[in-house]
Design a protein around this ligand. Structure first.
Ligand SMILES: O=C(O)[C@@H](CO)OP(=O)(O)O
Length: 231
């Protein structure tokens, strides 16, 4: 049965400062890199065939630390980062095909980017709660349909993450490939809502810690057979 490993990136420098981050491309700090290393050790007995991350550096950095701290996770393959060919800054170095059997492709996609936090990006979460009220800020952060000012609701995030999951990730799982997905608190909540068939009320209570692997067994019908959280 295929393994699906979902993991939020390690602590970023803005997570540490309690700032709304969204699409701002803030890297990991020392603690975030240490968390990613610990996640790699927790995954030492797992073997991954394909990895997907967002375009944001904190997710890419976490993925590469996981795949390279304990190299056995790659099962003798070399992780090769597959940049988006339609990126205007793409220089063509992804044209290398090589032997697919020797590679562990790491696909980068904006579809897995964090939920866009609009006008809240860069603001301190505690100060924002004082200004707008705890209840309003909690709705912006965790409700399914309420979007933060100028940003995406979780329902909006579902519209880009779930089709990508169904079109690009599920096919690998159904054929038995183990998959690592490194993304963000809310882009992963969007996928988890779909995968676990959670209601709009249930997803409100789902919180993901930084760099905590969630491992699903996925059967040949794309259904969950088991779930473990490697706390
Ligand atoms: O700032 C963000 O982009 C996210 C994740 O860190 O915040 P929240 O905890 O509100 O989902």
């Amino acid at each position: 049965m295929a393994k699906l490993i979902l993991i939020r990136h390690g602590q970023s420098l803005w997570n540490a400062e309690n700032k709304f981050t969204g699409w701002v491309d803030v890297p990991l700090g020392e603690q975030g890199r240490a968390e990613a290393t610990i996640a790699s050790c927790k995954l030492k007995d797992y073997r991954v065939r394909v990895c997907f991350t967002s375009l944001l550096f904190r997710a890419i950095e976490t993925a590469i630390i996981i795949l390279t701290e304990v190299e056995d996770i790659c099962d003798g393959r070399i992780p090769i980062i597959k940049h988006q060919a339609d990126d205007e800054d793409w220089h063509g170095w992804d044209k290398y095909k090589g032997d697919p059997e020797q590679q562990l492709p790491v696909y980068l996609t904006a579809k897995l980017d964090e939920r866009y936090y609009g006008e809240l990006q860069g603001l301190n979460k505690a100060e924002t709660a004082v200004k707008f009220g705890q209840e309003q800020v909690q709705l912006w952060r965790r409700s399914y349909t309420v979007a933060p000012p100028g940003g995406e609701s979780l329902a909006d995030t579902v519209k880009r993450t779930v089709p990508f999951f169904c079109d690009r990730i599920l096919q690998h799982l159904i054929t038995g490939d183990n998959i690592l997905v490194v993304a963000h608190g809310n882009s992963l909540r969007a996928i988890i809502k779909h995968l676990e068939n959670l209601s709009e009320e249930e997803i409100v209570n789902v919180e993901l810690g930084t760099a905590i692997p969630i491992v699903y067994d996925i059967d040949a019908y794309g259904q969950i057979a088991n779930k473990v959280i490697l706390n």
